[in-house]
Ligand binder design. Structure first.
Ligand SMILES: Cc1cc2nc3c(=O)[nH]c(=O)nc-3n(C[C@H](O)[C@H](O)[C@H](O)COP(=O)(O)OP(=O)(O)OC[C@H]3O[C@@H](n4cnc5c(N)ncnc54)[C@H](O)[C@@H]3O)c2cc1C
Length: 432
């Protein structure tokens, strides 16, 4: 929050909603709200910039309209948790970010405005008894000068480090990060299976992984056609997590050891974001939030984009209805996004995070061998952010029962260390 004096004049006409952040989540919600006839301002220092990250998603997770935004979709999707590949038989899509952004803007209604500005603070204007009556004031910087806006609701979609949402216990026991280093490059010899997407390759041609957390990494790879590949050395979740230098060195050591060094590196990417985000406590959080800011990153896969595209219509419906009926749009939005059952499911997933963090690096391939040996419907549902807690807990029990002993022991320890959550999960499993 800044103490800079607010300018008296507004920097633009008041709107029904002001969204902070023009990433995929912010634009998805803005499109849905404006398509419902609301006036929506999206603020971002670079609102017209392309989405910078490489976005993948399971094809069947994407809303039907977003499937047209695929740069590539692979039917041949595999994991290596041992010497032989395991086919996943579930098409995987690399999104074309420009097409996705254009499709989102194409879905928007006439009331959408993109404003190049940074928002530093927002406060509710209490003209009357409730939060609804007075609406909100937001302030920040536009073209280097202090700016101020008014809106009936302010929504924080500013990413993994929310600009406005105050969420004290956002990462229980500290943030556990997904980190990865990747390159798009041309190769004389294929670094991964041609015509395929490799979701996880835990093989280590470059020597046994170091026994500390740095070492438990896998190759995530996609054939982009011809001799072009995207290859990324990935640490799914760790605390502390491997650094960019660690992963860059491991990626190149892996490629060298395979005899597939890159011929020409076209671009590179550093990935670092928290995986273990607890849902904001209901009522806490003066603003509504959406996307990564609202904790939508799936704690096991790290995926968020397809989930945000699917969640946006329901959150827009609830917020628009509340604005129309004079009810609190912030509470209505949170209730639509994080109903009690989804909060309970997140608690089960966070228990899963503790289990993963508790596994010795060398047990991870065996853990994922057991995970992908589950019936497809079960692991699909486990990676779906909307699966209720009961089926999640039952899948964890089934995975535990089928995992080898050297995986089960650390899993049991993690469950005992978090006995309260484990009991809730067991109850949920028993009830469903
Ligand atoms: C490199 C990388 C790769 C990833 N790959 C995948 C993937 O394959 N699949 C997947 O589902 N997820 C992936 N994720 C995770 C997650 O989906 C992304 O981080 C995604 O970009 C989050 O979307 P978002 O719209 O919530 O936030 P961002 O995309 O982070 O957008 C937030 C926007 O808010 C703006 N902003 C920030 N502060 C302010 C402020 N004060 N005022 C105004 N604007 C502000 C920023 O400029 C930014 O444009 C990846 C993440 C990273 C970092």
């Amino acid at each position: 929050m800044t103490d800079a004096p607010l300018p008296t004049g507004l920097s633009g006409p008041p709107t029904d909603a002001l969204i902070v952040g023009a990433g995929p989540a912010g634009l998805a919600l803005a499109a849905e709200l404006s398509a419902r006839g609301l006036s929506v301002r999206v603020t971002d220092p670079a609102p017209h910039a392309p989405f910078p990250a490489t976005y993948g998603a399971w094809w069947d997770d994407l809303p039907v309209w977003a499937r047209d935004c695929a740069a590539h979709t692979w039917a041949d999707v595999r994991v290596h948790t041992g010497p032989q590949p395991t086919p996943l038989l579930r098409p995987y899509t690399l999104l074309d970010n420009a097409a996705l952004r254009a499709a989102l803007l194409g879905r928007a209604g006439p009331g959408l405005t993109l404003t190049a500005a940074r928002v530093d603070g927002a406060a509710v204007r209490m003209d009357g008894a409730t939060r609804t009556a007075g609406g909100w004031t937001a302030w920040g910087t536009q073209a280097g000068t202090p700016a101020r806006w008014e809106a009936r609701v302010v929504i924080d979609a500013s990413g993994h480090r929310p600009a406005l949402l105050r969420h004290p216990d956002r990462h229980p026991d500290g943030a556990a990060l997904q980190t990865a280093y990747g390159i798009v490059a041309t190769f004389d010899r294929p670094p991964s299976a041609p015509g395929a997407a490799v979701w996880m390759d835990y093989r280590t041609p470059h020597g046994d992984p170091p026994t500390d957390r740095r070492g438990a990494t896998f190759l995530y790879a996609m054939h982009l056609g011809g001799n072009r590949y995207f290859v990324e050395e990935t640490s799914l979740i760790a605390r502390p997590a491997p650094t960019r230098q660690d992963l860059q060195a491991r990626l190149h050591a892996r490629l060298r050891a395979q005899g597939t060094p890159p011929r020409e590196i076209i671009s590179d990417e550093w990935v670092s974001f928290p995986m273990n985000t607890a849902p904001p406590a209901a009522g806490v959080g003066s603003v509504l939030a959406f996307g990564a800011a609202a904790g939508l990153v799936h704690p096991i896969s790290g995926f968020q984009v397809s989930g945000a595209l699917r969640d946006a219509p329901a959150v827009a419906d609830a917020t628009a209805r509340a604005l129309r009926d004079g009810r609190d749009p912030v509470q209505a939005g949170w209730d639509a996004l994080w109903p009690p059952e989804r909060r309970a499911a997140r608690a089960v997933h966070l228990l899963g995070v503790q289990a993963l963090l508790n596994l010795p690096p060398r047990a991870l391939p065996a853990f994922f061998a057991a995970f992908f040996a589950l019936p497809p419907a079960r692991w699909h549902a486990f990676l779906d952010p909307r699966t209720p807690p009961g089926p999640l807990a039952r899948t964890m029990l089934r995975l535990f029962a089928h995992a080898p002993a050297h995986v089960r022991l650390p899993l049991a320890r993690a469950a005992l260390r978090h006995a309260g959550t484990s009991l809730h999960a067991l109850n949920a499993a028993a009830r469903s």
